[in-house]
Design a protein around this ligand. Structure first.
Ligand SMILES: NC(=O)C1=CN([C@@H]2O[C@H](COP(=O)(O)OP(=O)(O)OC[C@H]3O[C@@H](n4cnc5c(N)ncnc54)[C@H](O)[C@@H]3O)[C@@H](O)[C@H]2O)C=CC1
Ligand SMILES: O=C(O)CCC(=O)C(=O)O
Length: 526
């Protein structure tokens, strides 16, 4: 019989499901070394946010087939390490949506009416009605940053309380925002106009310290900020300083840069600050939902069936998967690339399956391309199962065509996306069995393997331009690993594809497009 280790507190409903197919050991509060010492015995590990599943733990889990996260965020799991070891990582993308949204709404009201401090004062024996005069949310402006599952629910409820809604989400269409009753605006405008700012975004390199001294300075002195998403999106030192100086009105935080919260200025502040110990998902209902959702997936995988919310591998049958695997990777890479070239808010994605890919068997490649396209917005939360639904919810129209007559390689995939940076296209193929190559960018033929950091320019093919770009990158200490120019006619328009060793430093794109002959430049991280 398989063995499952449950190392965080999980609802009994989940344990009951696991017990149908496995011996279940519940061991809470294990130290990393203790977990490393025993994980080798187990086929599956089920966790919440308390256990950090590091590379060492994954390496020690020699029998592990699946890690189940009973919740949304998988940032406490080293997913790439699990993927490398062939371990499926599953989560519950929706089981605690309502709980987290209601916690954010509770924070908005509790902050407005000083409920935690008023309660504490009565319990201390006082009857002080003057210190706790609050503010109404009716007719106030709520700025929702991140209009995904939780943000949308917060917005929908806030609307019924008579709040005016602004939203910032570069990956959501205007139509989708309007359906929820939100006006999509740029972040600066949201910061300037909102009375309440609520964060519902993942923590990514782009969102880390999104709320910092500079952005806090743009807010109203009465603004209240709520973070029930992820610690680290707010610079806590800057927030405490802004609150102390009266530069903003209040803050309610459920998540922290480091959890459990250690020494912090925030603890010393008064009724304008509410702190909860990562309780967003802590409702009886959500805990049953996530426990059942994740336990069922662990059970299925242990029985050799696919998982419905795998964050790192497709929920497809093993035969199809084996055959299509290299092309799935190609489709994902091209989706990610064209999404970044087209900018946010992609409205239309054209996918052409060419050559031997022009058959119905290749259908999963469409999902893989969408997964790649949505990666910048959703990170690990987009998977092969939900990519279609997520794209639909974002108002992305997918047009698929097949052309078996195009046979320059065995099979090629052509993707064209229209977003905030206009329409861009990429084509790719496999060289040999599985080496991905870009064969065309924006209609210009090239032949380069994609790399983690890339720079593309659209320029005029003329003497000296490569040298000038090389020197400019050199002056910013950017090392070029490879470079190729694609052109249709000599001295006409051309595309340059550069692989670089590190991400481009800020501001350099503006300098690049000043180089005479260069019309546009795009940087991507794959
Ligand atoms: N406090 C708690 O206990 C809980 C916290 N969470 C956290 O709440 C957050 C939101 O979760 P969901 O709504 O389920 O996720 P979701 O994936 O449905 O929505 C996230 C939204 O953020 C948007 N986004 C991505 N990058 C952005 C950026 N740079 N600027 C603005 N928008 C951006 C995406 O387009 C997407 O619409 C996550 O960080 C999740 O881990 C989730 C459940 C419980
Ligand atoms: O397990 C928990 O309580 C944390 C929930 C959470 O943050 C998530 O699902 O992303």
């Amino acid at each position: 019989m398989s063995k499952v280790l449950v190392s965080d507190s999980i609802d009994q409903a989940g344990i009951d499901i696991l017990s149908q197919v496995a011996t279940v050991d519940v061991k809470l509060g294990l130290k990393p070394a203790e977990l490393i010492a025993i994980i080798g015995e187990y086929d599956a590990l089920m966790i919440r946010s308390g256990t950090r599943v590091t590379q060492e733990i994954i390496d020690a889990g020699t029998q592990l087939k699946i890690i189940g996260r009973a919740g949304v965020g998988v940032d406490n799991v080293d997913v790439p390490a699990a993927t490398r070891r062939g371990i499926v990582v599953v989560n519950s993308p929706e089981g605690n949506t309502i709980a987290a949204a209601e916690h954010a709404l509770a924070m908005i009201l509790a902050l407005s009416r000083h409920i935690p401090d008023a309660n504490a004062s009565v319990k201390r024996g006082a009857w002080d009605r003057n210190s706790f005069v609050g503010a109404e949310v009716y007719k106030k402006t709520l700025g929702v940053v991140g209009l995904g599952k939780i943000g949308s629910h917060v917005a929908a409820v806030a609307r019924t309380m008579g709040m005016k809604l602004l939203a910032y989400d570069p990956f959501i269409s205007t139509e989708r925002a309007e359906q929820i009753g939100c006006q999509l605006v740029e972040l600066d405008l949201l910061f300037q106009q909102a009375d309440y700012i609520t964060l519902h975004i993942p923590k990514t390199p782009e969102t880390t310290h999104l709320i910092n001294a500079t952005t806090l300075a743009k807010m109203k002195p009465t603004a209240r900020i709520i973070n029930c998403a992820r610690g680290g999106i707010i610079d806590e030192v800057a927030l405490a300083a802004a609150l102390k100086a009266g530069k903003i009105g209040g803050a309610a935080l459920d998540v922290f840069e480091s959890e459990p919260l250690g020494e912090s200025e925030l603890r010393s502040l008064g009724k304008e600050v509410i702190l909860t110990p990562h309780l967003g998902a802590s409702t009886a209902e959500a805990q049953v939902n996530v426990a059942i959702d994740v336990a069922e997936q662990i059970r299925d995988v242990l029985l050799g069936l696919p998982a419905r919310s795998a964050v790192n591998i497709p929920g497809l049958g093993p035969d199809v998967l084996e055959e299509l695997k290299p092309y799935m990777q190609l489709a994902e890479t091209l989706g990610n690339l064209v999404g970044q070239l087209a900018g946010g808010r992609v409205e239309v994605l054209n996918i052409r399956l060419q050559g031997e890919l022009a058959t119905n068997k290749s259908q999963p490649l469409i999902v893989a391309a969408l997964k790649g396209l949505l990666y910048q917005a959703l990170r690990e939360r987009v998977n092969y199962v939900n990519a279609n639904i997520e794209a639909k919810e974002r108002g992305i129209r997918v047009i698929e065509t097949r052309d078996a007559s195009i046979r320059d390689y065995a099979g090629t995939l052509h993707l064209e996306a229209t977003g905030t940076l206009g329409t861009h296209s990429v084509t790719g193929a496999l060289l040999g069995e599985r080496e991905i190559h870009l064969t065309d960018v924006d209609g210009f033929p090239i032949n380069v393997p994609p790399s983690k950091y890339m720079l593309f320019t659209l320029h005029r093919d003329m003497p000296g331009i490569i040298g000038k770009l090389g020197s400019l990158l050199g002056s910013f200490n950017v090392n070029i690993a490879s470079m190729q120019v694609g052109r249709k006619i000599v001295r006409g328009d051309a595309v340059m594809a550069l692989s670089i060793d590190d991400p481009l430093p800020e501001g350099i794109l503006d300098e690049i497009i000043k180089v005479p002959g260069i019309r546009d430049a795009y940087t991507v991280t794959l």
